[in-house]
Ligand binder design. Structure first.
Ligand code: ARG
Length: 605
């Protein structure tokens, strides 16, 4: 059935926004409730929990029955009567005791598909009031190896950044490096032992320190573990390193010169690692950038009585009456005068307020840091560093465990370095590809890299962030089931059909999407309608796993459709063109989603 394009739910070609399908359905339902004299708030519609019977359902008649002292089934029947001529529904049934079961009209659905296909951002609503949001993620520690502990922060934060931008916010990603801690003093002290003749250790030296680094990246990578091991056995060495760290933080010239070399080498290496993960940051600041704000902040806290002395340390009370657990005070200065992790996070807020004026902060870090962030957020509000209503949000993630259920380690028992992890997963994918198909040997490596990254990221993101999960290379790299490679495989399948169609002389731009020819096609269409609502909601809840769950459903729906429908051998040209357009739409939805998650699909696999 063809229809005029002027219905109010219809997206005009090229227009940005489309009404969400659930809102359209709910509005129809509201009209029907109102027409019978019932409050339209009863007209709530949800996805059906009996997909065998219907697609959507409304249970409002049951609730309305109490208010209007009628039988639910009578109310339901009356509402159904009103919907007889609705263009939105193909079938509306009242069933005992008073459910209203809904099936969406086929031409309504195909119109909606054509609307999505032509709309900007697939018809998703952009936020009305874009906000500036700082996402603090990555959080690598300079001169220490980037290990799997930092993987989750990078992967989750990157997805949130992309999602936030897509829904229309201005999002600033800051890597917030750990570049100002004890590791610096340890490295400097180890260097003093290994290379005592360096000018940095000559107290009579007054010239310019050399522009060239006294160590290579490889050497630097050796120095830290050595120093760290020594500090565990040698108390004197540890004390020296602590003292040196403090001196560096107070601007010691020689140590600052060494620190700059450490920073330059390490940052370049980190960039390379993040690039490999397809993770990028707008700002490469770190704890060291907070240093200038610390002194004045502490003085201000003291002057205004925000902080007080306690056992020689300076602390801010942050407990609240409603706390169920004990909330220790936030220590902002140790008894030896040193600043702490919290001090640096507070001073960083001052910097961010002045420089970026964000409306919202999101910190992506290990959930074991929750107490720290609660203390920091409360202190920031108590001291008025941010307004009372500012959204300071901690997104704590769980641990990545090995198959033994314990935090992931290498076979030798050490913390696995990210590079090796990526390499392992890529090799696992390459092996599978060699077994599975006949791709030329020289292409396998490049493709395995793309697929491996998807396996890794999807394996992580498909879990609710707060949960621990088991890193299982075999499962993550499987081409079947709820995995990254399965999603990519679906996209590649679509690409290859489209390619074949074009090779056979088909015009990829021609045709419109017609009414579904079978249930599996209708189901695919229904799934596709969920795109905008899913992305909006996933960002709202800071939950990339909801996008994963969605694309898994879409992929399943597509593959069922593919198995049940002859696409390229369809003889009716208009029908074939309709399938092709639906394939293109499906591909666009899937590709947009995986881009939000931070990975991409190859052309073949
Ligand atoms: N460098 C920290 C770590 O390795 C993570 C930093 C998280 N961000 C923050 N603003 N504290 O644990």
């Amino acid at each position: 059935m063809a229809r005029e394009n002027d219905a109010d739910w219809h997206a005009k070609k090229g227009e940005n926004q489309m009404k969400k399908i659930l809102d359209i359905i709910t509005d129809e339902m509201k009209k029907a409730f109102a027409a019978n004299g019932y409050d339209e708030n009863f007209a709530k519609v949800t996805l059906s929990n009996r997909p065998d019977l219907c697609e959507y359902q409304c249970n409002g008649a049951m609730a309305a029955a109490k208010t209007y002292k009628k039988k639910p089934i009578d109310i339901a029947n009356g509402v159904v009567e009103q919907l007889k001529d609705s263009e939105v529904f193909e079938e509306v049934n009242a069933v005992m005791p008073g459910f209203i079961n809904l099936k969406v009209d086929a031409s309504f659905l195909s119109d909606y598909m054509n609307g999505m296909k032509d709309a900007k951002k697939l018809g998703m609503d952009e936020v009305e009031n874009p906000e500036t949001i700082i996402i603090d993620y990555g959080g690598a520690n300079v001169a220490k190896p980037l290990h799997v502990g930092h993987l989750r922060s990078a992967v989750i934060g990157e997805a949130l950044k992309r999602m936030g931008r897509f829904v229309g916010h201005k999002v600033i990603g800051d890597v917030h490096l750990g570049d100002w801690g004890l590791q610096m003093g340890l490295i400097i002290e180890q260097l003093r032992l290994d290379k005592p003749d360096l000018v940095y250790f000559d107290s009579s030296f007054e010239g310019e320190y050399p522009a060239e680094s006294p160590f290579t990246l490889d050497e630097l990578e050796q120095i830290y573990p050595k120093a760290s091991a020594r500090s565990k056995e040698d108390e004197e060495f540890l004390a020296k390193a602590q003292d040196t760290t403090l001196k560096l933080q107070n601007g010691d010239k020689a140590y600052t010169a060494i620190w700059k070399h450490i920073m330059a080498l390490s940052k370049a290496d980190l960039k390379k690692n993040y690039d490999n993960l397809d993770v990028s940051f707008d700002i490469w600041k770190g704890e060291s950038d907070a240093q200038p704000f610390i002194g004045p902040m502490i003085k201000d806290f003291e002057d205004r009585g925000i902080a007080h002395e306690s056992n020689g340390a300076l602390v801010v009370d942050v407990s609240e009456e409603t706390d169920k657990k004990e909330m220790p005070p936030c220590i902002v200065r140790k008894s030896d005068g040193a600043a702490l992790y919290a001090t640096s996070d507070l001073a960083t807020i001052i910097d961010r307020e002045q420089t970026y004026h964000p409306e919202e902060y999101i910190y992506v870090a290990d959930k074991r840091q929750e107490l720290h962030f609660t203390q920091v957020f409360r202190t920031a509000k108590k001291a008025g560093l941010v307004s009372e209503d500012k959204s300071l949000r901690f997104l704590g993630f769980g641990t990545m465990n090995g198959k033994d259920g314990k935090p992931f380690k290498t076979r030798a028992g050490g913390v696995m370095r990210l590079e090796y992890l990526i390499e392992d997963i890529k090799n696992a994918v390459a092996d599978k590809m060699k077994e599975n198909n006949s791709l030329p040997e020289n292409e396998i490596n490049g493709i395995a890299e793309i697929v491996g990254l998807a396996a890794l990221k999807y394996g992580d993101l498909s879990n609710q962030a707060t949960r621990d999960y088991i890193f299982d290379v075999d499962r993550f790299t499987s081409f079947e089931g709820n995995t990254g490679p399965y999603i990519l495989y679906t996209i590649v399948r679509i690409k290859s059909i489209l390619n074949r169609f074009a090779e056979e002389g088909g015009n990829l731009e021609a045709g419109t999407i017609l009414d579904p020819v079978n249930d599996s096609q209708k189901n695919l269409m229904l799934q596709l309608t969920g795109f905008g609502a899913t992305v909006e909601n996933a960002f709202e809840e800071k939950a990339p796993h909801k996008i994963c769950a969605y694309i898994y459903e879409v992929s399943n729906a597509f593959n069922s459709f593919y198995h049940e429908t002859k696409i390229l051998s369809e003889e009716n040209e208009a029908q074939k063109a309709s399938f092709i357009q639906l394939l293109k739409l499906t591909k666009k939805v899937l590709e947009t989603c995986i881009d939000l998650l931070g990975f991409s699909a190859p052309d073949r696999m």
